[in-house]
Design a protein around this ligand. Structure first.
Ligand code: NAD
Ligand code: UPG
Length: 349
């Protein structure tokens, strides 16, 4: 079936992928979601066809490329928890590197030559501009850097054109309230803190208060998912005009874990004790983007990414019916392995 406006979205049932499918549909494309639902949700596939499949399976991929004539491919499918990548690196190299190689092979077989790849700020040791040294400190970041190198070689050798977006901490939720951040187990800061405030998880804590940062907790650059996916739609348009390259997507502003928690408490109108755990293995101290190249070349303008909007939209998602339905109305048994807790600090500010 020829369909020039079709875009293959691997991982389209996940957090960022589902937001991207919505944005693609709104921009006139037909997003075709290909997902194994390892962390994604069938309920998130609302804006185009849903294909259940695994990017590591060449036969499934071949069948998809035989069924559609894709204008571009967006590759979100991956394993993406920094801490887990330290304890189970094989999962990360097999799913991220292995899955991407299989996808690229299927693309070449089908003569499909445009890819938008989800890379990460975790490829840097200390982030800066795109030309800053890349010293990933965890297997997740290393797996993404390997893929970037592979894509660079494929660009040269096979004319397979790609845009790599190194995004920083995706956060927030679409204003519709129907899609948002929800994995099982959840490991990310903002959803975990919100789940803890709602009594859904018993073991929330701050990983590290001894970083070389103003308040001792780790600093990240939080970028609203709506701003992220706008850049992706823009990239599809520009790939058709021959654009390629590697771009940071962030705000250039960092917030500490402690500052994020304060913003969540303010939005929720309730607080919980701040419990401190040792640092999480693989975590860098500070990750802040310099996105000036994306601003210049893509017109990237993260208008939704102030911390207040991020927390408000995430809280809206977490306290609306859609989130509760997704979790089956049950209390979560989610628990991630924690190292020995130090004495809780009962500072509620
Ligand atoms: N969330 C962030 O802050 C962030 C930051 C930088 C980069 N990224 C990257 O963005 C992408 C999306 O992240 P997310 O936060 O939406 O994660 P997510 O876990 O919500 O989504 C990933 C999706 O991919 C699917 N998937 C995983 N392995 C698959 C496979 N082998 N075959 C088919 N489907 C598979 C999952 O079921 C899920 O729907 C990932 O590549 C991630 O590394 C995320
Ligand atoms: O229960 C928790 C969860 C997280 N954190 C901390 O909060 C910060 C942010 O952690 P998290 O939300 O897990 O995101 P990151 O580990 O920074 O990684 C995200 O951001 C990276 C880019 O910056 C992406 O590459 C990853 O895919 C994405 O998961 C880190 O210092 C964590 O140690 C806590 O203190 N307690």
């Amino acid at each position: 079936m020829a369909d020039r406006a079709a875009v293959l979205v691997t991982g389209g049932a996940g957090y960022i992928g589902s937001h991207c499918c919505k944005a693609l549909a709104e921009a006139g494309y037909r997003p075709v979601c290909f997902d194994n639902f390892s962390t994604g949700h069938r309920r998130f596939v609302k804006w185009g066809p849903m294909i259940t499949g695994d990017v590591r399976d060449p036969r499934q991929l071949q069948a998809v490329f035989q069924s559609y004539d894709f204008s571009a491919v967006m590759h979100f499918a991956a394993s993406s928890s920094v801490g887990e990548s330290v304890t189970d690196p094989q999962k990360y190299y097999a799913n991220n590197v292995g899955g991407t190689l299989a996808l690229l092979s299927a693309m070449r077989g089908a003569g499909s030559g445009r890819l938008v790849f989800s890379s990460t700020g975790a490829v840097y040791g200390n982030a800066g501009s795109e030309s800053a040294p890349r010293f990933p400190v965890n297997p997740y970041g290393k797996s993404k850097l390997m893929i970037e190198e592979i894509l660079s070689d494929y660009r040269q050798a096979y004319d397979l054109n790609s845009v790599c977006f190194r995004y920083f901490n995706a956060s927030g939720a679409d204003a519709c309230g129907a899609i948002g951040e929800c994995r099982d187990p959840e490991t990310h800061l903002i959803p975990r803190a919100m789940m803890a405030l709602q009594g859904e998880i018993p073991d929330f804590g701050i990983f590290g208060d001894d970083y070389d940062t103003p308040d001792g907790t780790a600093v990240r650059d939080y970028i609203h998912v709506t701003d992220l996916v706008s850049a992706h739609v823009q990239a599809v348009n520009m790939l058709m005009g021959g654009m390629r390259g590697v771009y940071n997507l962030g705000t250039g502003v960092g917030y500490s874990v402690s500052e994020v928690l304060s913003a969540i408490f303010a939005e929720a109108g309730s607080k919980m004790p701040r419990v401190y755990y040792p640092r999480r293995p693989g975590d860098p101290s500070v990750l802040i983007a310099d996105s000036s190249v994306a601003r210049m070349h893509l017109g990237f303008n993260p208008i939704h990414s102030n911390l207040g909007t991020i927390i408000r939209t995430a809280w809206n998602w977490h306290t609306k019916g859609a989130f509760e339905q997704l979790r089956g109305g049950r209390r979560s048994t989610v628990s991630i392995s924690l190292q020995r807790a130090r004495s809780p600090n009962h500072d509620l500010n």
